[in-house]
Design a binder for this molecule. Structure first.
Ligand code: FES
Ligand code: FE2
Length: 313
């Protein structure tokens, strides 16, 4: 057996993350309905603390929450004249993160900025891109847009696992049979790996599954079973290594809105069956066999995924 450096074994055990920040991808920050105009939301995400509010036009703004003066938590501040004002000495920041005012009249240091994340609002979620500029589109549900389906979005709370491990479920086709007891599962021919995502399609006479992983934290799918269309999107945002917060969107075609309760029951069941395994797993990329080839491709994709760490100010 060859010599394995501790760096290599660590990378194999956990795959990359913490040191270089988190993957450059879109992450839900909060539910749209939890961010009404005039409210400031603070959340511990992406190894830091983020602050979210709406600008004068109602567009969400997501920024790092630590004030560059002495580090106070800006989510405890106030919105004054469209600026985020620190609770401590009232330095104010604009929607691009520049310090716009220091009440003493002192010269504003050029480094007095907070990092501002690119944001989007979709599927009832406020999303932030972990990077200076978004290089992919906000995650989508295959085969659906917000105008054509009836959907509901929920905050699933904190979970004791890494998002990329939970998302591996989306291409772990054998666990659908073994853990979830869905007998009619088949494997896709191949996974299509494209910018910031992985997509696959399994189509049979009675069954369709069109799945898409975005980043390493979102799995969305369109399922057609027994002639019924269902849509599900599972998303997570890392808090710190081994901890994340979860969000879920479920939907049905608008003219079949009464079917939403069934989709909710299926998504609940899948989540309840996965949770004990994900909570207790000591993840390793272990002895993968031929049937794990799509999982192996996913792990390679995760390892190669670029990371970004926002400056803390
Ligand atoms: S710590 Fe924010 S203004 Fe002083
Ligand atoms: Fe699962």
């Amino acid at each position: 057996m060859g010599v394995v450096s501790s760096k290599t074994s660590l990378a194999k055990a956990r795959l990359p993350e913490a040191a270089a920040g988190y993957h450059r991808a879109w992450y839900p920050v909060c539910l749209s309905r939890d961010l009404p105009a005039g409210k400031i939301v603070g959340r511990d995400l992406l190894g830091s603390r983020l602050v979210a509010y709406r600008d004068a036009a109602g567009k969400p703004v997501v920024q790092t929450a630590w004030c560059p003066h002495l580090g106070a938590d800006l989510s405890l501040g106030q919105l004054v004249d469209g600026h985020l004002r620190c609770p401590y000495h009232h330095w104010s920041f604009d929607t691009e993160g520049r310090c716009a005012r220091i009440p003493t009249g002192d010269r504003i240091p050029s480094a007095a900025r907070i990092f501002t994340y690119p944001t989007e609002e979709a599927w009832g979620l406020v999303w932030a891109f972990n990077g200076e500029q978004a290089d992919t589109a906000v995650p989508r549900l295959p085969g659906a847009d917000e105008g054509t389906i009836a959907f509901e979005t929920d905050d699933r709370g904190e979970r004791p696992w890494d998002t990329w491990i939970a998302i591996s479920n989306g291409v772990d086709f054998q666990h659908l049979r073994t853990l979830h007891g869905i007998p009619e599962v088949s494997l896709p021919e191949h996974l299509e790996v494209n910018a910031g995502g992985i997509e696959f399609r399994i189509e049979g006479p009675y069954h369709l599954q069109h799945g898409r992983i975005s980043g390493t934290n979102v799995f969305a799918q369109h399922l057609r079973m027994g002639g019924r269309d269902m849509f599900m999107l599972f998303a997570g945002t890392p808090i710190a290594p081994g901890r994340s917060t979860g969000f879920r969107v479920i939907g049905v075609p608008k003219d079949k809105a009464e079917g939403l309760a069934d989709v909710r029951a299926i998504a609940d069941r899948l989540g309840e069956e996965d949770a004990p395994v994900l909570k207790s797993i000591r993840f390793r990329r272990g002895l993968l066999t031929a049937s794990d080839r799509h999982l192996a491709r996913y792990f390679k994709y995760v390892e190669e995924f670029p990371c970004f760490a926002a400056p803390e100010g």
